[in-house]
Design a protein around this ligand. Structure first.
Ligand SMILES: [Zn+2]
Length: 381
């Protein structure tokens, strides 16, 4: 087995499930097994490395190539967490290899990309090519839920000139994607027995009126400003909860709002804009409130990463003859890194359509190629 395949097999065999807000219990949750493995890897390589604790058993780990002399610095970033393993039809942590594919939770999203980065990083550290950039290898936590890892990463003193973020792009280069912000809207009422509902105030009825106005707002948003690559901003209500039983008039109701942002939009402005619209549309006695966002990440704009995308494109071409630069609908850590002033693109082996699936896999030849491309890019950037 090649070193890259071995690395990937090791990583997939170590569960690092993000409970994603659910009450999951057990041995397989959180990223600490992968973090410990990475720490041993960096120690054996003899490079400076550090941990950033985000929560118990959840640490970012960052390693530095520290090559001597004046050089530009490239940040390589990959997330350690995976989504849960519900309904998988393969053994999620067996890391089985069949016909050139490695199977398991996280194989595609994004341990394949992480293995490619780690192998390229190790090769740079060992071979120290005169033309190479310095590399910061950052392995973050909580990408699949609330982006806490990358948010902490960019708060540190991160002196990098450019960044490549691992996600499955089939070795194409992603330079633009939407952002996301999520928050709650709540209505309150007054509970009473449902045999005399006129004595209470029904929070679910109130939410119904709020929801009708939100649906109208979503249409306004769709018809509004459109990004040439990404289309319009959108809004969707994905969850609702309220009431305790059919024979009680409910005194509270809560929904979760998912708002997708286009470049130029501030995640913190989106809830305020909705609030303004609702205040215009809803009668003044209709009591509702908006929470602060519990998740936010900006959109990724293509402009700042043009030079980086062109340089990485050349490295892809040198191995595969052609490449594409494209926009995607899903969000990544790249936009948070770009917001911190470091031009960033997304690149990695595997198909996003295989991510989070019941039989997740990644083609090993793409993982090998990703590693070679990253190495070549780091030698010429
Ligand atoms: Zn991912």
């Amino acid at each position: 087995m090649t070193p890259v395949a071995q690395l990937l097999q090791d990583l997939v065999a170590l569960p690092s499930v993000n409970p994603m807000g659910r009450a999951l219990q057990g041995d397989h949750i959180y990223e600490h097994r992968v973090t410990d493995y990475l720490e041993r890897f960096f120690r054996a390589l003899g490079v400076r490395h550090e941990r950033q604790t985000i929560a118990p058993r959840r640490d970012n780990i960052i390693a530095y190539s520290d090559l001597a002399g004046p050089r530009r610095t490239l940040l390589l970033e990959a997330h350690q967490d995976t989504v849960p393993t519900d309904n998988m039809v393969i053994k999620p942590f067996a890391a089985a290899i069949e016909e050139g594919r490695l199977y398991g939770r996280g194989a595609c999203d994004v341990k394949g990309g992480m293995a490619a980065m780690l192998a390229a990083f190790a090769r740079l550290v060992r071979q120290r090519p005169a033309s190479a950039v310095n590399v910061i290898m950052a392995c973050t936590v909580d990408e699949e839920h609330t982006f806490l890892g990358v948010q902490r990463l960019v708060k540190g003193k991160l002196a990098a000139d450019m960044a490549i973020v691992a996600e499955p792009t089939q070795l194409q280069i992603v330079h633009a994607h939407k952002g996301v912000v999520r928050w709650h809207v709540q209505t309150t009422g007054r509970a009473c027995h449902s045999s005399q509902p006129e004595r209470g105030i029904n929070a679910i009825y109130r939410m119904g009126r709020v929801l009708a106005a939100i649906e109208e707002y979503a249409q306004v948003l769709r018809a509004g400003k459109t990004d040439p690559l990404l289309g319009p901003a959108t809004l969707s209500v994905g969850r609702i909860e309220g009431g305790s039983s059919a024979n009680t008039v409910p005194d509270s109701c809560r929904i979760e709002v998912d708002r997708r942002l286009i470049p130029g939009e501030d995640p913190l402005d989106a809830p305020k804009e909705l609030l303004r619209f609702l205040k215009q549309k809803c009668p003044p006695d209709l009591d509702f409130s908006c929470s602060d966002p519990w998740l936010r990440a900006p959109a990724l704009s293509p402009g700042p990463s043009a030079e980086l995308a062109a340089g990485l494109g050349k490295a892809v071409d040198s191995l595969r003859g052609r490449h594409q630069v494209m926009a995607v609908p899903y969000g990544t850590d790249a936009s948070t890194i770009a917001e911190a002033g470091i031009p960033a693109v997304v690149f990695g082996p595997g198909d996003i359509a295989r991510a989070h699936t019941v039989d997740e896999w990644v083609p090993l030849d793409e993982v090998e190629q990703a590693s070679e491309i990253l190495y070549r890019f780091a030698c010429t950037a």
